[in-house]
Each structure stands twice: as structure tokens, then as C-alpha cells.
Ligand binder design. Structure first.
Ligand SMILES: CC(C)(COP(=O)(O)OP(=O)(O)OC[C@H]1O[C@@H](n2cnc3c(N)ncnc32)[C@H](O)[C@@H]1OP(=O)(O)O)[C@@H](O)C(=O)NCCC(=O)NCCS
Length: 159
């Protein structure tokens, strides 16, 4: 896929909300959540542009903790998600971690493909479901997982 990645701009919000509603029908972030990330972490909210269209986004904390990534359904399996996560890895020099719904087979396959490995499970993280914690296998910093997750629920069950 030929496109480019840039910072989120306010005018992207409509397209992002549509991608989000389709990607996460029950748990979509609303405009206030996206606006919060855009103002709190302006450099870490990136969008993928194909032609003139916003076709995906990623939000991550500066330490490499991925908050959310989604690609327009019509543009999946074209490498857009890979490029978005690649952007994070480039900027954190390899440190990245993410929680994924246990039932989200596509996302788990996606992160595995990118070299992420399962670190453990956070029971009940989503209320109705556990989270699988996946870490980029090339994350370098010792204690990175614990540092990223220190504010989260008990990080107990290993898989
Ligand atoms: C997960 C997601 C971001 C992947 O984006 P994408 O642009 O389609 O991913 P890529 O094209 O870069 O995929 C790279 C590789 O990941 C794997 N992969 C991606 N989607 C997959 C799927 N649905 N099933 C199995 N493997 C998959 C494949 O190995 C793929 O390589 P291939 O197409 O050559 O086989 C996208 O499916 C999406 O937006 N899903 C809904 C939102 C979501 O679940 N986000 C993640 C939770 S935070």
C-alpha cells in the first residue's frame, strides 16, 4: 500500500470515527476520547493517508504502549497496520507493548506476525473479557513490561 503517515489533524476526526465504529462496534472511542489523545499526545496520534483518504490510525503512549490501532475494513491486509506499528517501533527504538482482547484472533495474528510475543493475561481487563498482553520481542529495556503495566490491574496469569 502506497501512502504516508502523519500526525492527526482535527479534520481527520470524522473519518477516524467511522473507521472506529466499524472496527470496534461495541466499544468504539468517541470524539472526546480522540480529542483528548490529540491534545495530550499530539505526536503519538498518527494517521495513515492513502490518496487523500484517512484509512487508519494508531495511538500510543510515548513509552511504546499501544492504546489503539485500526484500519478501514476496505484497506486491511495491505500492510497499513504494519506500517503504523512500524512507526511506533521506529520512534521508540523497538519498545512496544499492547493489550488485545482474548477473542480478537485477527489482532493477535497481526501482532504475532510483527514479532510480538504473549507475555501474560490480565484477567477481566475489559470487564467482559481478559486481555492478552503482547510485547515486541525486540523490546530492549529490562522491566519494560512491568513499567508499562504498573498502573494496570494485577498482571498475574502467565500463558
Ligand atoms: C488488526 C488490524 C489493525 C491489522 O491491520 P492490517 O492493515 O489489515 O494489517 P497488515 O495488512 O499490516 O497485516 C500484516 C499481517 O498480519 C497478519 N494479519 C492481519 N490481519 C489478519 C487477520 N484478519 N487474520 C489473520 N492474520 C492477520 C497477517 O500475517 C498479515 O500479513 P498477510 O496479509 O501478508 O498475511 C486490522 O485488522 C483492524 O483494524 N482490525 C480491527 C481493529 C483491531 O482489532 N485493532 C487491534 C486491537 S488494538
Amino acid at each position: 500500500m502506497v501512502g504516508r503517515i502523519r500526525r492527526f489533524r482535527r479534520g481527520d476526526l470524522g473519518a477516524i470515527l467511522r473507521i472506529e465504529a466499524n472496527a470496534f462496534p461495541k466499544t468504539a472511542y468517541d470524539r472526546f476520547t480522540f480529542s483528548y489523545f490529540a491534545s495530550a499526545y499530539p505526536d503519538n496520534f498518527r494517521v495513515y493517508i492513502a490518496g487523500h483518504e484517512v484509512v487508519g490510525y494508531i495511538i500510543y503512549y510515548p513509552d511504546g504502549h499501544i492504546v489503539s490501532v485500526a484500519v478501514h475494513a476496505r484497506y486491511r491486509r495491505m500492510g497499513v497496520g504494519t506500517e503504523l506499528v512500524g512507526e511506533v517501533l521506529k520512534r521508540t527504538r523497538g519498545d512496544a507493548i499492547v493489550e488485545v482482547r482474548e477473542s480478537n484472533d485477527a489482532a493477535r495474528a497481526f501482532y504475532s506476525h510483527l514479532g510480538f510475543v504473549v507475555q501474560g493475561i490480565i484477567p477481566g481487563y475489559y470487564g467482559d473479557e481478559d486481555a492478552v498482553v503482547m510485547l515486541n520481542q525486540f523490546s530492549k529495556e529490562k522491566g519494560f513490561t512491568e513499567k508499562c503495566l504498573r498502573s494496570k490491574l494485577s498482571f498475574t496469569k502467565k500463558v
